[in-house]
Ligand binder design. Structure first.
Ligand code: TPP
Ligand code: MG
Length: 369
């Protein structure tokens, strides 16, 4: 795909990323400690997350889930030619993205990273402009395939369709950051299938040799379209491969947003202090088919998918917030209604937005006078 980033209609707020959001401890002190699961509370205290942070992380997860559901509906109605589902990846995406500094760090997401780019600063409206290939699509002005995210302003480097090509890009950008002594961390996200590519191994090797400020995040959902992990690698954990490149590899429960955040926070600190890269493997699943063009009944049972739904990261985090006294059933319901209204509005506004002018079809491909 092309590498255009016109960023024209991105009306999302500039700067003010997660690291600059309030991190004051103590908000949870007002929650009834007696009712709080002790280990969870102390884990959160250690992470330095405020109650406001937790509620905001939860809202991003709800937003990603509802955009996903709306995008699939638009596809079934014939309005969206192609969509790439995110459901079940929300915790590892929001958790890892939360440790990044919006407007300062550099993001190289892959096509499934809807929740990553929302945390980075994209809006539901931006996402649907892309899905409907509208002129205002911030990624490419309606030229790219949807979900090939890019935004010059937000520091999101657009990806190519060939799997794994963002890995050497991330290593190269991290080399430039180190060479110029810039205050930035580079992070790249990918599936476990991407780790079968030569690009992946070359990128990690280079990053390890030069101790680059880069974090590699694998969202392991156990399938590369129809190919199960067992047919992709002879090791149990993708993270085990980091040893071959001389830096740490960690496995986290990718359906646990706080575990994902904790691992990423440590990795970002390592990168910023000059210690080099980290490979984080988030074990997760995907509830939906690979894309709207896939029929997952040909390679996995309905029982397997049903079983995975018992570990829904959104339900788990909602339950945590209830335990912590930050949410109750009524608030969860009203939040869902509020976010659904926001998503429905984004769909309607994006659908009504202008299409690209056919006279500009070659823009970003050839130089213009
Ligand atoms: C080099 C290359 N080979 C094959 C494909 C076709 N393809 C698109 S997505 C995909 C699966 C990737 O799986 P994974 O990296 O695990 O990510 P997931 O989709 O599971 O999130 C494949 C094989 C491609 N785009 N590029
Ligand atoms: Mg996969």
């Amino acid at each position: 795909m092309s590498t255009t980033t016109p960023d024209a209609a991105c009306d999302c707020p500039a700067g003010g990323g997660s690291a600059s959001r309030s991190k004051q401890n103590g908000v949870l002190d007002s929650a009834p400690k007696m009712a709080v699961e002790a280990t969870r509370q102390s884990e959160i205290d250690t992470l330095g997350l405020s109650g406001e942070d937790l509620l905001s992380m939860h809202r991003f997860m709800v937003l990603a889930r509802l955009i996903d559901e709306a995008a699939i509906r638009q596809n079934r109605q014939g309005k969206a030619p192609f969509v790439i589902p995110v459901s079940c990846h929300e915790a590892c995406q929001v958790g890892t993205a939360w440790a990044m500094r919006r407007g300062q760090d550099i993001w190289l997401p892959y096509y499934r990273d809807l929740a990553v780019v929302l945390v980075a600063g994209m809006t539901a409206f931006d996402v649907f402009l892309g899905i409907f290939s509208k002129a205002g699509d911030p990624t490419s002005g309606g030229r790219q395939m949807p979900a090939h995210w890019g935004s010059r302003r937000l520091g999101i480097i657009t990806g190519s369709s060939p799997i794994g090509t963002q890995i050497p890009h991330a290593a190269g950008i991290a080399y430039a950051v180190k060479f110029r002594s810039e205050d930035a961390v580079v992070a790249t996200w990918f599936g476990e299938g991407a780790t079968s590519e030569g690009d992946w191994h070359e990128g990690l090797n280079f990053a390890g040799i030069h101790k680059l400020p880069v974090v590699f995040v694998c969202e392991n959902n156990h399938y590369a379209i129809s190919v199960p992990q067992s047919k992709q690698m002879a090791v149990e954990n993708v993270a085990d491969r980091a040893a071959g490149y001389g830096f740490p590899g960690v496995v986290v429960d990718g359906n646990d947003v706080l575990a994902s955040y904790a691992a990423m926070k440590r990795a970002v600190e390592r990168a910023l202090s000059g210690e080099g890269p980290t490979l984080i493997e988030c074990k997760t699943y995907r509830f939906q088919p690979h894309t709207s063009d896939d029929d997952d009944r040909t390679y996995r049972t309905r029982e397997e998918v049903e079983e995975a739904r018992h570990h829904d990261p959104l339900d788990r985090f909602s339950a945590d917030l209830k335990t912590l006294g930050l949410m109750d059933d009524a608030r969860i319901e009203s939040l869902r209604a509020e976010v659904k209204a926001e998503v429905d509005r984004a769909v309607a506004d994006a659908w009504a937005a202008p299409d690209p002018d056919p006279a500009t079809v070659l823009r970003y491909v050839f130089e213009e006078d």
